[in-house]
Design a binder for this molecule. Structure first.
Ligand code: BES
Ligand code: MN
Ligand code: ZN
Length: 498
């Protein structure tokens, strides 16, 4: 989806749909009087009726009797004092989704100045570009066209701003557009089913991305993974007909400065393996490569924005399936780091493939490493779908990542990796075991990974509760969320001093 800016007065914007974000409060804001007059008084009448209260996610569709907008959409953003980047991004998403369901191929979006609180013009441009694309997103690659339901997508959003703010808003819009493109890639990869999105396919997409934007992508195939000694990744892959891949992306924008490393879990389908999952909703386990999608989406953003920093992306990718050759509960394998692992549960496979990636990361001497993984169902029990579970070995980095998450509207909440929890992954037969049983499941996953982090500050993001939604929302369709792309980007750009 494209985005652009216009500095026309609201009353003169020609569009099939003009969405206006408004705070709770009732009265017609002064900034809308001209628009209201041009539209035949329909906005004032709607507000006077009390039918629109301005609550978050609230919508009222109006058909003006005159003027240049065919339709008007009032979108609520909640209380004036509580309006943030996140609230405006969400309002743009609500509008984007409504534009799509209405069949509008373009729409205009404005925030009444009275409804903006202290959000800057730059931030406004960014979050509207992000939000509108997020809300309008739909995946129909595998559906046949029908006559009564033509494939119509929202092609563009036009953000209406005051001329004196257009420079800042445009800078923000460009940033938001790059992030939207990254999120689009991530969501598409997430959505694609396991028979399409295989480890080999993910690797091909990474190579393509490298070609498009000019960064180095290295792919290790089965033989190379064996040679590298990634015994934990190999153990997960050995039950599957599809070969694993280990993907390394290298974006260089700052000479020989120490890079930042992004790692993403790339399990293209997780059946649980021999510790097989119940069949209910098992199809959702195609989303088990959402961490990998977040990394690739972020590289799309890097390719477009070309910030001054170095970034490494590492994606271990495999299926997790049961078969006669699959790894069995109780098997002991040797990891890339050299530590031995007792695999007590073959469904705790994400940490197995990531531990080898964390060990591989040492060669880059990263200034910091962030991993994103749909690691545990337990994180949804703890935090639901509102927050990413965050753990790490460095308090400063943890605070930095949390802050990036707040700006991105991809919020993180910390869980403790106290020494006492380390016992969860102690094994009687090997150096560590891959599952700690029922209690503190997300922390056990975090501690397992920590056993393989040597020599760099690290944060682990458990995105199992946030990577996809099980139902439809006012601002997005059911399914993949591209979680991580915005957070990673905010983190990286702040590090680049942008
Ligand atoms: N991919 C799953 C985690 C998951 C569950 C993601 C639900 C999204 C929704 C992961 O590989 C897994 O199976 N984890 C186990 C760990 C356990 C065996 C220690 C889990 O959460 O049950
Ligand atoms: Mn699993
Ligand atoms: Zn998994």
């Amino acid at each position: 989806m494209n985005s652009s800016l216009t500095t026309k007065p609201l009353a003169q914007v020609e569009t099939p749909l003009l969405a206006v974000a408004l705070v709770a409060g009732g009265e017609l804001p002064a900034s809308l009087t001209e628009l209201d007059r041009a539209a035949g008084g329909v906005v004032a009448r709607a507000l006077a009726s009390g039918d629109f209260k301005g609550k978050r996610d609230e919508m009222l569709l109006l058909y003006p009797t005159a003027g240049t907008a065919q339709r008007l959409l009032l979108v609520g953003v909640g209380k004036a004092a509580e309006v943030t980047r996140t609230a405006l991004r969400r309002a743009a998403a609500v509008a984007g989704k409504r534009a799509r369901t209405l069949g509008a191929t373009t729409f205009a979006f404005a925030v009444a100045p009275e409804s903006r609180n202290d959000v800057s013009a730059r931030d406004l441009g960014q979050v509207v570009a992000e939000g509108a694309a997020h809300g309008a997103w739909i995946f129909n690659e595998f559906k046949q066209l029908s006559n009564d339901e033509p494939r119509r997508e929202v092609a563009a959003v036009d953000l209406v701003v005051d001329a004196k703010e257009s420079k800042d808003a445009e800078a923000g819009r460009q940033l938001g557009a790059a992030i939207a493109a990254g999120a689009h890639l991530a969501r598409t990869l997430q959505m694609e089913p396991g028979n399409v999105c295989t480890p080999r396919y993910l690797a091909e997409r990474a190579v393509q991305l490298g070609k498009t934007h000019g960064f180095t992508v290295t792919v290790l195939d089965l033989a190379a993974i064996k040679k590298e000694g990634m015994g934990a990744l190999l153990a997960v892959a050995q039950g599957s007909q599809q070969e694993p891949r280990f993907i390394a992306l290298e974006y260089t924008g700052a000479g020989d400065a120490a890079p930042l490393a992004l790692l993403g879990k790339g399990v293209t389908f997780d059946s649980g393996g021999i510790s097989i999952k119940p069949s209910q909703n098992m199809e959702d386990m195609k989303y088990d490569m959402s961490g990998a999608a977040a990394v690739l989406g972020t590289f799309e953003v890097l390719g477009r924005l070309k910030p001054k920093l170095n970034v490494i992306g590492l994606i271990p990718s495999t299926e997790n399936l049961p078969s006669g050759s699959a790894v069995k509960p109780g098997d002991v394998v040797k990891s890339h780091l050299g530590k031995t692992i007792e695999i007590v549960n073959t469904d705790a496979e994400g940490r197995l493939i990531l531990c080898d990636a964390l060990s591989y990361a040492r060669r880059y001497k990263p200034a910091a490493a962030l991993d994103a993984a749909t690691l545990t169902g337990a994180v949804s029990i703890a935090l639901g779908s509102q927050a990413i579970g965050l753990m790490g070995n460095d308090e400063t980095l943890i605070a930095e990542v949390r802050d990036a998450g707040e700006r991105a509207g991809e919020r993180c909440w910390p869980l403790p990796l106290w020494d006492e929890y380390r016992d969860l992954v102690k094994s009687e037969i090997a150096d560590v075991k891959n599952s700690g049983g029922r209690g503190a499941g997300t922390i056990a996953g975090g501690w397992f990974l920590r056993e393989f982090v040597e020599g760099y500050p690290w944060v682990h993001l458990d995105i199992a509760g946030t990577a996809y939604t099980e139902g439809e929302g006012p601002h997005q369709v059911k399914g993949p969320t591209a979680i991580g792309v915005r957070l990673f980007t905010e983190f990286l750009l702040r590090r680049a001093g942008a």
